[in-house]
Design a protein around this ligand. Structure first.
Ligand code: C5P
Ligand code: C5P
Length: 451
């Protein structure tokens, strides 16, 4: 059975990892998004239990330069990345490499010194890297079951909570998370007005980023403050929740009632019941603001980092809202079935992926439209993020890989969410190449449909 394959792979890799790493120093390299940070937080707690020496590096993305800087003496453990860099890893001739990841693999050939846990190779299950890291650590020691909630935060960070299968369900059960049906705008544990003002998924026209619009919507839904304070989402009655959802749908007709309703996940964090989506957003904000140590400290529930994470998140949310406004007002390249937003230095490289996801989720574009967002990373590089609206359409990792064959830079990702980095000097040529590629595909899809 397919699920069994992953199970066997986990077992084998854990055995090899424990044997090879005994008494050695492990260098962990993890990705800077919520899934990468939670993966790292899980493994470091498991390694501490083993009294194992390690060092940790959190990076935006893996490239040849980083690979070539790795020590040939150490055991290397990549989390939530590296599946797209197997060739570069092979060339570096490292001593022993472990990879726990869920991104698409770039090469059929796995180098002999590499052991990799990635469902893309076996069952193709949709699971976060933190989920895989958790399963890995549970095999090391059953006590690591207490780290399950971090795996759930990573899953939510990668928006994989919508299709929960048996494997993910098992992790959810072990995490002792409370699940409740409702409007998935977060944090459900805070007053409604603040929550709506910062709602980016869904983006509510006239309401997101507009406090006056928020009050109008709430009045219209018959939701009034009590004692000067609006209720928390989680405390609304079913009828109040219905009215609120109806008012949101009226402003965002593309969103169906059912798109807004889903599972809310509540978990104990720093001793208080919190909305998992909010915790996940805080982790993401810290890391993207260049403060991965705060993100990790926060995941480890270290009090020193609680306030820091909160203030970084507040600043990040404001930047995000102004980025969304920029993206809406800015002239875009409007092709047949695709949109290119070249934000240059108006949207940071660390935010362009999130903004592209928000555009892909907005009611303005048809399902299957490809969104290409571009933002500068300082003066030399451009970060490109590709997203499929409605997660339908063509394989964006393949699309970007094809285009990037003509340029210097790294590519990676999934079918409907992929990214790459290129030199600023190639900006215009890249846009021309990607336009050609996208238009070519439309022709191909058209031909295919005619068959
Ligand atoms: O860095 P990374 O994988 O984790 O990027 C996360 C992005 O990829 C999110 O936008 C998430 O929705 C998307 N994703 C996806 N398919 C997957 C996993 C993640 O589209 N299987
Ligand atoms: O950065 P962005 O959110 O657009 O990335 C989308 C997906 O592509 C993520 O899963 C990310 O990890 C992956 N990616 C990658 N290599 C890159 C850029 C993005 O694997 N150079």
């Amino acid at each position: 059975m397919k699920d069994g394959e992953l199970e066997i792979k986990l077992e084998e890799t854990v055995n090899s990892f424990l044997e090879n790493s005994k008494g050695k120093n492990i260098e962990i390299i993890s990705h800077f998004d919520t899934d990468g940070i939670t993966s790292a937080s899980i493994i470091i707690q498991a390694l501490k239990r083993l009294d194992q020496k390690f060092s940790l590096r959190i990076i935006k993305g893996l490239n040849k330069e980083i690979i070539n800087s790795l020590s040939k003496e150490k055991i290397i453990l990549f989390l939530d990345l590296a599946s797209g860099s197997l060739k570069d890893i092979e060339e570096r001739n490292l001593k022993k490499v472990y990879i726990i990841d869920h991104h698409e693999i770039d090469s059929k050939k796995i180098p002999s010194n590499v052991e990799i846990i990635n469902p893309e190779l076996t069952s193709k299950q949709k699971i976060s890297s933190s989920g895989l890291t958790y399963l890995f650590c549970k095999k090391i020691d059953e006590r690591n079951k207490d780290l399950a909630k971090l795996a759930v935060l990573g899953m939510i960070g990668d928006m994989l909570e919508k299709e929960i299968d048996e494997l993910n369900n098992g992790i959810l059960e072990e995490s002792e998370i409370l699940r409740k049906r409702g409007l998935t705008i977060y944090p459900s544990t805070r007053p409604l007005n603040r929550v709506l003002e910062f709602s980016s998924n869904p983006f509510i026209p006239g309401v997101t980023g507009n406090p006056k619009g928020v009050f109008e919507l709430l009045r219209e839904a018959g939701l009034n403050p009590e004692g000067g304070k609006y209720k928390n989402l989680i405390d609304l009655t079913e009828e109040e929740m219905e009215r609120l959802v109806t008012s949101i749908v009226l402003r965002n007709p593309e969103k169906k009632h059912k798109d807004l309703i889903g599972d809310l996940f509540l978990l104990k964090f720093f001793g208080k019941l919190e909305d998992a989506r909010e915790i996940s957003a805080k982790i993401n904000a810290c890391s993207r603001e260049g403060r991965p140590e705060a993100a990790i400290g926060f995941c480890l529930e270290n009090l020193e980092y609680k306030k820091k994470a909160e203030s970084i998140h507040t600043k990040y949310k404001q930047q995000l809202i102004s980025g969304i406004k920029f993206a809406q007002d800015q002239k875009k390249i409007n092709g047949k079935g695709y949109i290119i937003l070249n934000a240059k230095d108006n949207i940071k490289d660390t935010m362009i992926g999130t903004i592209s996801s928000i555009l892909a989720n907005s009611p303005d574009y048809e399902k299957g439209t490809v969104i290409i967002g571009m933002g500068y990373d300082g003066k030399e590089k451009i970060k490109v993020s590709g997203r499929n609206c409605g997660r339908k359409g063509r394989n964006l990792r393949e699309l970007l890989s094809n285009v990037m064959e003509s340029f210097n830079g790294e590519v990676g990702g999934h079918h409907s969410a992929a990214g790459c980095v290129l030199d600023i000097k190639d900006e215009e040529e890249f846009i021309e190449r990607i336009k050609r590629e996208l238009e070519l595909e439309i022709v191909k899809i058209g031909e295919h449909q005619n068959l």
